[in-house]
Ligand binder design. Sequence first.
Ligand code: HSE
Length: 305
Amino acid sequence: MVQSVTVKAPCSTANLGPGFDVFGLALDAYYDKVRLQKGGRGITIQTADRIPMELEKNSAGLVVREMAKKFKIKTGLVVEITKGVPTGFGMGSSAASAAAAAVAFDALFKLRLDGNSLVRFAGMGEVASAGSVHYDNVAASVLGGFVIVRTNPLDVIKASPPKGLLLCVAIPKIPVPQRKTEASRKVLPKTVGLADHVRNLSNASTLAAGFMTGNVPLIGSSINDIIVEPARKHLIPGFDSVKKNALRAGAMGVTISGAGPSVIAFASGATSTSRISGAMRRGFASAGVDCTTVICRPSGGASVV
Ligand code: HSE
């Protein structure tokens, strides 16, 4: 009888500009690992990383608790988490752990859940960090590639990204608040004007079409958000310079990665990604901020290792 399963799940970028809470893209930059083991009493968290140990504040712990409840699993479980994804920087860190936990639970108890069900359970973990359920990051981490999430009823559409798509992520070295996602959702407008909605919807539609047809330039030119980015960018020192520099250096589109503060540039294989990264670094430096840059590609989804 299988006693433990280890799953690794990729980081992700959510929103991709106009697709707030709807679009996600798994990235091969960083991975979290969750080892789920039968044993002990109740559900316990083990980790050497600086993340909450309480079940209800830990995204992987919450997922395991909800799945154990749903499938009436009474056996004790140890959830061992190894973080690879930087926490609180808009790279889907809590989602990667949640996705790995859902896939590990599914494998350990041989549930054979479909993609939508795994995403639904993984989404329950987002309450730990964002204060509400949203599925963009978890869907990308569970399924890999580019995902479109329709909620109510939940339906996740996946597309395999074109090979020529490259991403440059600049992760600023600034302090981030606890429950940063929740904080950065509070600055968003409660209502939007019809003209703005139409512009974002048109960009979101062409972006989705770009992924469906493998059209890299169309993806790049659709990374254009006039609703969420303007409301959040003041939370990222130097954002305007980072974006302007990256575009000048050849990026096709630039936006906030998830709820920030990382900034992500979309590039085609034909452009120099190291030039774009350097330009982004100089943008942050102009605001007195140091940053880490990573050049990456889309990733596959969570998998048993
Ligand atoms: N769509 C979410 C947001 C992603 O932008 O708030 C962060 O979890």
